[in-house]
Design a protein around this ligand. Structure first.
Ligand code: SF4
Ligand code: SF4
Length: 509
């Protein structure tokens, strides 16, 4: 182990008032079993999970409720034992604010596990272990929710370094810090397992210097491990962004459109690694996570909760809101989004919920014209020109915004944070992106419709030509003998008919 000092400072970034200590003064808390658990079938990037239970069915804790549908998908498991009472659309924590299909489970109070099946990874090998992880329901718990099994394949042995994202750079969020303090042994064991599964050579834990307790605990544990090092980085937002952290730790710039694996690096968040460790070591699928409840609440804290727990239960346990505010932000104040209401369940993506009511979360200052001060450009970690992007976005000049690399914007909010005119810059970029994406979809659909029509016309023309060709071929293939035979038969029929008419006339006379 070594604590490596050299870091590679990225461009821009900001120092914020982190407001983290408000939620770290108490240990991680658990609450009593909720009256019901609401489990959205889509809590991950990829295809929605396929339902595997029936209404009225009794399930055990850890039992499969919905299986992963294809490679880019993740399973959902029962967080406790109980009975399935509904499958219907309900309010979920998503930026769209739209409801989605959820399974409702009423706990029976017994919390009875299925037979746990720890993975004998030493015996079955890497590939078989990764196959088992596919059914664990584990996704990136840093907020990305990408199915974890996909990141463990290292077919060409290209991945040499595991980067452990312990930066947790957004203000207010402390769930990873508390996890590192309280589950440091599981984390380090998990890192060793992930190193083994990847076949990587070394791991670097990237952690911000505002987490001294976690740094100390991890340092003791990896003292004699030559494959794991800890790199303490300054507290500058957004050091937890994947590309920024990789650069900070290794000096590697991941080019546009490239994956870090192509540079020999794979990244996992600390909570994801602990979830992998629990699945392999204990046979426990993904059924819970740690979440920070903070902001304008009486007793900010971190909770270890079952997925599906109503958020409202946690707000009540945190003493309720201080200043009356029904505005809740999921994620951090920089990149989070407003929840439709407090009546949503805890999901795999929910690392933090902040009740607004502080000036950091709710900025009510008047928006003024841009004064071209360029502070936004200085703060941008992606070296974009935020003021130009703002200008093109607000004037609907989307092509120009794209030419200024709008889609490289990671929506970190650094530019909005430093803007003296209080311009909500990121909202303009989101608007421009959604308009461009909408236009692209509309164009794609129009292209598909045109292609279909062209294809239909082409098919009709081809069929017509084929029919004409067949008739011509039939004609050409008919022999002259056959032709004369047909003519003779026709002549004979006409002669017979004339003869018949003549005879009828004679008999009438
Ligand atoms: S920081 Fe704000 S006022 Fe200054 S250039 Fe950027 S957008 Fe304009
Ligand atoms: S939100 Fe986009 S434009 Fe603004 S600082 Fe972040 S990356 Fe740059």
């Amino acid at each position: 182990m070594s604590i490596v000092d050299k870091i590679f400072k990225f461009n821009g970034g900001i120092k914020t008032d982190t407001r983290k200590t408000v939620s770290t003064s108490h240990p991680i808390k658990k609450i009593s079993m909720p009256k019901k658990l609401i489990l959205p079938l889509r809590q991950h990037v990829g295809r929605v999970a396929k339902l595997k239970v029936n209404l009225g069915e009794k399930v055990l804790k850890g039992q499969l409720i919905a299986e992963a549908d294809g490679n880019v998908s993740a399973a959902i498991h029962a967080p406790t034992s109980g009975i399935i009472v509904s499958v219907e659309k309900q309010s979920i924590p998503h930026p769209s604010g739209l409801p989605d299909y959820c399974v409702t489970l009423i706990p029976d109070g017994k919390d009875t596990w299925i037979k746990k099946d720890p993975v004998n990874w030493k015996k079955i090998g890497r590939e078989e272990t990764i196959k088992k992880i596919y059914s664990s329901g584990i996704v990136g718990l840093g907020g990305a929710t990408f199915p974890s099994h996909l990141k463990l394949h290292n077919n060409n042995n290209e991945i040499k370094t595991l980067v452990v994202n312990a930066a947790e750079c957004e203000p207010y969020i402390t769930c990873d810090d508390m996890l590192m303090r309280e589950k440091s042994v599981d984390l380090i064991e998990g890192i060793r397992l992930v190193l083994h599964l990847l076949g990587a050579e070394n791991a670097i834990i990237g952690i911000e210097d505002n987490k001294p307790e976690a740094i100390e605990k991890l340092t003791v544990l990896v003292k004699k491990d030559e494959h794991i090092s800890i790199k303490v980085v300054p507290t500058i937002y957004p050091s937890g962004d994947a590309k920024r952290l990789i650069y900070l730790l290794t000096g590697t710039q991941i080019a546009k459109g490239k994956r870090s694996a192509e540079y020999g690096i794979q990244m996992f968040n600390v909570a994801t690694i602990v979830a992998l460790y629990n699945f392999i070591n204990l046979g426990e699928p993904s059924i819970s996570r740690i979440i920070t409840i903070t902001g304008n609440v009486t007793a900010p804290n971190n909770y270890e909760v079952l997925f599906g727990t109503p958020l409202s239960d946690l707000i009540v346990d945190a003493g309720g809101v201080i200043k009356k505010s029904s505005s809740f932000i999921m994620g951090g104040p920089m990149m989070g989004f407003k929840l439709p209401s407090v009546n949503v369940p805890v999901t795999k993506a929910m690392n933090c919920v902040i009740n607004a009511g502080s000036e950091m979360v709710e900025n009510n200052s008047p928006v003024l014209p841009c004064i071209r001060c360029a502070r936004c450009a200085d703060a941008c970690p992606v070296t974009l020109q935020p003021q130009e992007l703002f200008w093109f976005s607000q004037s609907n000049q989307f092509e120009k915004a794209e030419n200024y690399n709008l889609f490289d914007c990671i929506e970190c909010g650094c530019c909005s944070y430093v803007c003296p005119s209080n311009i909500p810059l990121v909202q303009y970029y989101r608007y421009a992106k959604s308009e461009i994406i909408g236009e692209r979809h509309a164009k794609e659909e129009a292209d598909i419709a045109r292609e279909r029509n062209d294809f239909r016309l082409h098919r009709l023309q081809r069929e017509k030509e084929e029919r004409a060709k067949k008739v011509a071929e039939r004609k050409a293939n008919t022999s002259s003998d056959e032709k004369s035979k047909v003519i003779d038969e026709k002549r004979k029929a006409i002669t017979e008919a004339l003869e018949r008419i003549k005879n009828e006339e004679v008999s009438e006379k």
